[in-house]
Design a protein around this ligand. Structure first.
Ligand code: MF3
Ligand code: CO
Length: 291
């Protein structure tokens, strides 16, 4: 149960302003959109200024990890070496790698090569070779605040076909980002991602998506990429989530590795790409928090 706040009571956001001068009209607007049948975020999903500041500090480490990987990644290196770069960069800056021991995940970062869609586990036995494409998915905790982003890297001479997949997936994220604006819907972003992938002859993974993030690793809403404009959750200012489509060269079906229970691969064995950004809906647009 939540007691209704009076107009002259302090606002729920902790600003110490009167409710009527703070989030009152925000709440009214959301209630109206909800009454029209839309899915709307609840207060717990709306990030407050202090939280946003903490999340941005976390994201500095997140970005530093991916930058460090970008500088050092090359053929002949193992995915364990990438794990070490992420662990060391994170801990030196005072952070904790979020994947480490997360639901039993054994490493500090996910490394997914070629037909691996996501959640690949770093290993000293997996050696990067010329022509590979790899997603490095890095998530960071600092003072309890979470950041999460991933990039693709092309190793040496990569065939045109795979390079194009990587590029189109990146464009999907960029086109999705353009649709992130206050009082739109997640479906606006989703449709832009989907259409660009399909237009290029690719498919988008359906059952794994993005998520709210910041105060926890994975928060509501779940963020899919097969939805239409005007559907899914309202993008109210303060909503923070990831855009992280997995774009496949072949079909959208995926299988999870039976032995390790983590690594997701395309069912048809064709390559898959993923880029991930963490984005905040602001009063007048969007702010990329981590990439
Ligand atoms: N960064 C990944 C995501 O947002 C999370 C991986 S969890 C792990 O989906 F435990 F697999 F690392
Ligand atoms: Co994520």
């Amino acid at each position: 149960m939540r007691v209704k706040i009076g107009r002259n009571d302090p606002c729920w956001c902790g600003s110490c302003k009167k409710y009527k001068n703070c989030h009152y009209s925000f709440d009214e607007k959301i209630a109206k959109i909800k009454s029209q049948g839309h899915i709307v975020p609840d207060r717990s999903m709306i990030k407050l200024p202090e939280q946003i500041a903490g999340i941005k500090e976390s994201a500095k480490i997140n970005v530093a990890c991916l930058d460090a990987v970008g500088e050092q990644i090359r053929a002949g290196m193992s995915t364990e070496d990438i794990d070490r770069i992420v662990y060391e960069t994170t801990t030196k800056m005072g952070g904790i790698p979020a994947p480490l021991n997360y639901e039993g995940f054994p490493k500090s970062v996910c490394t997914s090569i070629n037909e691996e869609v996501c959640h690949g586990i770093p290993s000293p036995d997996i050696i990067l070779k010329d022509g590979d494409i790899i997603n490095v998915d890095c998530s960071t905790i600092l003072n309890g605040y979470y950041s999460d982003s991933s990039r693709m890297f092309c190793i040496g001479e990569v065939p045109e076909e795979k390079k194009k997949l990587v590029q189109v997936c990146r464009e999907c994220v960029e086109l999705g980002l353009k649709e992130v604006k206050p009082w739109g819907f997640l479906g606006d972003m989703s449709e832009a991602v989907y259409n660009h992938a399909v237009k290029n002859g690719y498919s988008v993974v359906r059952s794994i998506g993005g998520h709210g993030v910041g105060v926890e690793f994975h928060e509501d809403p779940w963020v899919g990429y097969i939805f239409k404009r005007g559907t899914q959750m309202l993008m109210a200012p303060g909503l923070m989530f990831t855009i992280e489509p997995m774009v496949n060269m072949g079909g959208h079906d995926i299988v999870v590795d039976e032995e390790n229970g983590w690594t997701v691969r395309t069912k048809d064995g064709l390559p898959s790409a993923q880029w991930e950004i963490q984005v905040l809906v602001t009063e007048d647009g969007a702010e990329v928090i981590s990439w």
